[in-house]
Design a protein around this ligand. Structure first.
Ligand SMILES: Nc1nc2c(c(=O)[nH]1)N[C@H]1C(S)=C(S)[C@@H](COP(=O)(O)O)O[C@H]1N2
Ligand SMILES: [Mo]
Length: 390
């Protein structure tokens, strides 16, 4: 009996739930989720570039918080939708190829090849995205951001091909009743435990539950129902802590009485300011969010010195990018570039206080950068040097 080892044939799948009528309805929302996820991902990638050919806007200050929140929420919603969609089309995996008709063989090969790429790229994106949102970095051999970005283009390209190829069927089943059978496989007639409509609704409900369970990362009111939220909103000043001072190995340097903020203009040190010097300058208060690329975000009330004031006080030109260096000695975020339009924005602060209290060591004491509409990853903590590029 060799039959046991043979793969199942499409005919062995008899449930009428595995129908294009289901696949297209779930697929429509999966496509919308992927579309939003792709566009918001491009925004996030662009925001993190060290220089912007077209300036990234500083307003609205909550823009990145919104787009990155949407990115994570649509990515999470896509997981149950993708699972149901794959289940509904599983029999296709076991269909044979039209070996005798070269033209049909090429077309089938292209179509199924694009689906294989789409499925693999989608699973890769969702899996790496979830791992990243959970702050779990199992990969050490590749950079999350460049890889996630590259595969996003692969996924969206394969998605466009897939939609184009399937458009006639999609159009047909979406404009017909969900129980219509015109595009079903011949043997797919068995009723199954629930109706097609109930299956589609269950998929949407599962996506909704997944969203609610994670959206508390971004939406404070949802925190209590967000059992999967990685960040609970705890942390000094109501803002969660990402990397601690201990993990960044700055406990000693950040609390040393020798700490100075060096301001370098045209290669020479124009000022070396102590904590008291910064306190003695005019203080300003702004409400700005920390919006982590990992999906959580939280609003904070920050006070400190306006960066533009400080740069003017050392006669630095106002239209330059500013390189920001942390006390942290290693790690990808120890140095970031603040584009000129961010440096000039009056809401951009060298923050000394959060919620009316001096910054906690873990939030970047003695002094951190906080700028509007900027990815959290670039809101550098434990500042040591500002360099105005020439
Ligand atoms: N020097 C330094 N600054 C840093 C980081 C870091 O690892 N090192 N992490 C960044 C990230 S990823 C985020 S989301 C914010 C979080 O700030 P918080 O910990 O005060 O909430 O700090 C940013 N600033
Ligand atoms: Mo972050």
């Amino acid at each position: 009996m060799t039959a046991r080892l043979a793969p199942p044939s499409p005919e062995s799948f008899t449930s009428r739930l595995r129908s294009p009528a289901v696949a297209a309805r779930v697929g429509l929302w999966l496509g919308i989720s992927f579309g939003i996820c792709f566009v918001t991902g491009l925004i996030s990638h662009y925001a993190q570039l060290p220089s912007h050919p077209i300036p990234f806007p500083t307003s609205p200050s909550w823009g990145y918080r919104l787009t990155q929140g949407l990115h994570v929420v649509t990515g999470i919603a896509a997981i149950p939708l993708l699972l149901v969609k794959l289940w509904s089309v599983l029999p296709k995996l076991f269909e044979g190829f039209p070996l005798r008709d070269p033209r049909a063989l090429v077309l089938t090969g292209l179509e199924r090849g694009s689906i294989a790429v789409l499925v693999a790229a989608s699973i890769f994106q969702l899996a790496t995205g979830v791992a990243n949102a959970a702050q779990w970095y199992p990969w050490s051999s590749f950079s999350f951001r460049t890889t996630h970005y590259a595969i996003a283009w692969v996924a969206i390209g394969a998605l466009v091909v897939h939609i184009a190829v399937k458009l006639p069927i999609i159009r047909d089943v979406l404009t017909s009743d969900i129980d219509a059978t015109s595009h079903d496989r011949a043997g797919a007639t068995e009723p199954g435990p629930l109706s097609r409509r109930a299956l589609v609704r269950t998929a949407f409900a599962a996506a909704g539950v997944a969203v609610l369970a994670t959206a508390g990362n971004t939406v404070p009111l949802l925190r209590r129902v967000s059992v999967f939220a990685v960040r609970t909103g705890e942390g000094p000043g109501g803002v969660p802590i990402n990397k601690s001072a201990k993990a960044a190995r700055v406990e000693e340097s950040a609390t040393s009485s020798d700490w100075r903020l060096e301001v370098v203009v045209d290669g020479t040190v124009a000022a070396a300011l102590s904590y008291d010097d910064l306190r003695a300058m005019p203080q300003h208060t702004v409400g700005l969010p920390i919006a982590c690329v990992e999906g959580w975000s939280a609003q904070g009330t920050w006070s400190g010195v306006r960066l533009a004031d400080l740069l003017a006080s050392v006669d630095a030109p106002a239209d330059r990018d500013v390189s920001i260096t942390s006390l942290q000695e290693s790690g990808p975020y120890r140095r970031t570039t603040l584009p000129a339009n961010f440096a000039a924005d009056e809401r951009t602060l060298l923050a000394l206080d959060l919620s009316g209290e001096p910054l906690a060591l873990d939030h970047g004491y003695p002094c951190r950068l906080i700028a509007p509409n900027r990815p959290g990853v670039l809101q550098t903590k434990w500042l040591s040097r500002l360099e105005v590029s020439t």
